[in-house]
Design a protein around this ligand. Structure first.
Ligand SMILES: *[C@@H]1O[C@H](CO)[C@@H](O)[C@H](O)[C@H]1NC(C)=O
Ligand SMILES: *[C@@H]1O[C@H](CO)[C@@H](O)[C@H](O)[C@H]1NC(C)=O
Ligand SMILES: *[C@@H]1O[C@H](CO)[C@@H](O)[C@H](O)[C@H]1NC(C)=O
Ligand SMILES: *[C@@H]1O[C@H](CO)[C@@H](O)[C@H](O)[C@H]1NC(C)=O
Ligand SMILES: *[C@@H]1O[C@H](CO)[C@@H](O)[C@H](O)[C@H]1NC(C)=O
Ligand SMILES: *[C@@H]1O[C@H](CO)[C@@H](O)[C@H](O)[C@H]1NC(C)=O
Ligand SMILES: *[C@@H]1O[C@H](CO)[C@@H](O)[C@H](O)[C@H]1NC(C)=O
Ligand SMILES: *[C@@H]1O[C@H](CO)[C@@H](O)[C@H](O)[C@H]1NC(C)=O
Length: 388
């Protein structure tokens, strides 16, 4: 083994053992809790209907009852639909579990039985009302930290704003913004800022701006469903998507619409999609959007996105990415693919495009793992799933 390889392996080991220091659930304990309701002591149970184990009828009331300290807290949500807007400011580790009927359902987000729903979209075009108020779930330490703001650089979050949740984990929960069946203004399923969070076997459903990862937000999504129409993966932070399904419910803008921030340190703000699939949500919509959806467009010139080792169905337009009001800037914007495949990958179209980039292995390397993308800050990722 070369020395650099050895050091990387050592670093990975140290990073992984840091993850184990948190008194987190083992996979076996978590799965038992989700399928048999036999959970570790201290687990809080939320149920929308009367149930002998239930402590709260809404998730927000359970969140509000958590101690303001750094203890790890687990909340199990029983099957059902919860129509509520949830706002989480707590810094200490939180794990949210959705009840599932059997072991096979645990790894299939299409079979999730817990819905968190809210129905609202931002129809104000003046920028006076912020997108955050329309989200199903908000994770951020303060209101300031969660504001999208307007324009290409967004809301100027005050420098003395504290960090939010250090270790947020969610398993088998669907976040659905059900306002309309088409894009009608920003309608977040989740708004996640100044926090670290992992989402496993989850579903995120809306049409416009479904997933917002705000400033200093670091999010990892594994084996999840990300559904939308317009700019539905967007934000200023960092999103790493692994082994997931991106579902096109129509086209508009791009799948990704990232905005970067100039910093004095090297940052990796952006969205990185690995070993996933991009497909029309169903066969009737597939016929309507053939060759029409863009992989992304630059919200500002520091947009950074990569579809790596990802299958693209025929919905993707020949150029791949598109420009947006000439915000694309040579050597600043990165709108890339690496070893993409499928009928949506048109090599001639990509080569003809001014804005789409095909990375080689060397160009991709920097973004090829969570350790690299999050620059070592990965103790909050569930490595039992991420390594599998
Ligand atoms: C939740 O409810 C169960 C059943 O009533 C009870 O045993 C447990 O102490 C409650 N837990 C909390 C944190 O209130
Ligand atoms: C939680 O941990 C942070 C450091 O990680 C520390 O600054 C803070 O004081 C702790 N909060 C409490 C309530 O113990
Ligand atoms: C969750 O929402 C979906 C889509 O509306 C619906 O098909 C499903 O039945 C809902 N699940 C529950 C448990 O209400
Ligand atoms: C979330 O809760 C915090 C603390 O109560 C509050 O300051 C903030 O305004 C809330 N966020 C939203 C979007 O309502
Ligand atoms: C297909 O997906 C679109 C977009 O979500 C939806 O409006 C339509 O109802 C779906 N059609 C079927 C047959 O499920
Ligand atoms: C970042 O810096 C570059 C080079 O100075 C500048 O062209 C660009 O507009 C800046 N972008 C943002 C979003 O601040
Ligand atoms: C972008 O970078 C390439 C390679 O370093 C260089 O040749 C080119 O001039 C740069 N373009 C601009 C517009 O700065
Ligand atoms: C691929 O892209 C080229 C250039 O845009 C276009 O002429 C061609 O029709 C596309 N092929 C398919 C199968 O869409």
């Amino acid at each position: 083994m070369r020395l650099s390889g050895f050091l990387l392996a050592l670093q990975a080991l140290l990073v992984h053992s840091a993850a184990l220091r948190r008194d987190s659930l083992t996979t076996a304990a978590r799965e038992k809790c989700q399928t048999t309701l036999q959970c570790p002591p201290g687990t809080i149970v939320v149920s929308s209907t009367a149930h002998p184990l239930s402590n709260f009828t809404t998730l927000q009331s359970a969140i509000n009852a958590l101690p303001s300290d750094n203890s790890s807290q687990t909340i199990l949500i029983l099957s059902g639909s919860y129509h509520e807007q949830v706002n989480i400011t707590r810094a200490g580790p939180i794990t949210l579990l959705g009840e599932q009927p059997d072991a096979a359902a645990l790894t299939d987000p299409a079979r999730n039985t817990v819905n968190l729903t809210w129905a609202a979209a931002n129809s104000d075009s003046t920028g006076a009302i912020d997108n955050v108020y329309f989200s199903v779930m908000i994770v951020a330490p303060t209101l300031d930290a969660s504001l999208t703001g307007s324009g290409t650089t967004g809301y100027p979050v005050p420098a003395d704003t504290p960090f939010g949740n250090t270790d947020f984990r969610v398993y088998n929960i669907d976040f659905r913004n059900t306002y309309t069946e088409y894009s009608d203004g920003p309608a977040h399923a989740i708004s996640f800022s100044r926090s670290n969070g992992g989402f496993y076997y989850c579903g995120f459903y809306s049409y416009q701006d479904t997933i917002y990862i705000g400033k200093l937000g670091s999010a990892y999504m594994h084996s999840s469903i990300l559904a939308g129409q317009t700019d539905f993966l967007y934000g200023f932070g960092t999103l790493y998507v692994q082994s997931s399904q991106i579902l096109l419910r129509s086209c508009g803008g791009g799948i990704t619409a990232w905005k970067g921030t100039n910093t004095t340190f090297v940052n990796n703000y952006g969205v990185y999609i690995h070993d996933s699939t991009v497909r029309a949500a169903n066969t009737s919509i597939a016929a309507d959007i053939e060759g029409a959806c863009a992989l992304g467009r630059p919200w500002n010139s520091l947009h950074r996105s990569i579809f790596a080792n990802t299958y693209e169905d025929g919905s993707i337009e020949p150029s791949g990415y598109i420009n947006w009001e000439d915000r694309w800037t040579a050597n600043q914007t990165l709108m890339a693919e690496y070893k993409a495949s499928g009928p949506g990958f048109n090599l001639t179209g990509r080569e003809d495009s001014e804005v789409s980039v095909l990375l080689n292995t060397k160009g991709y390397e920097r973004y090829s793992s969570p350790e690299r993308v999050f620059q070592g800050n990965v103790g909050w990722i569930d490595w039992e799933i991420a390594d599998s």
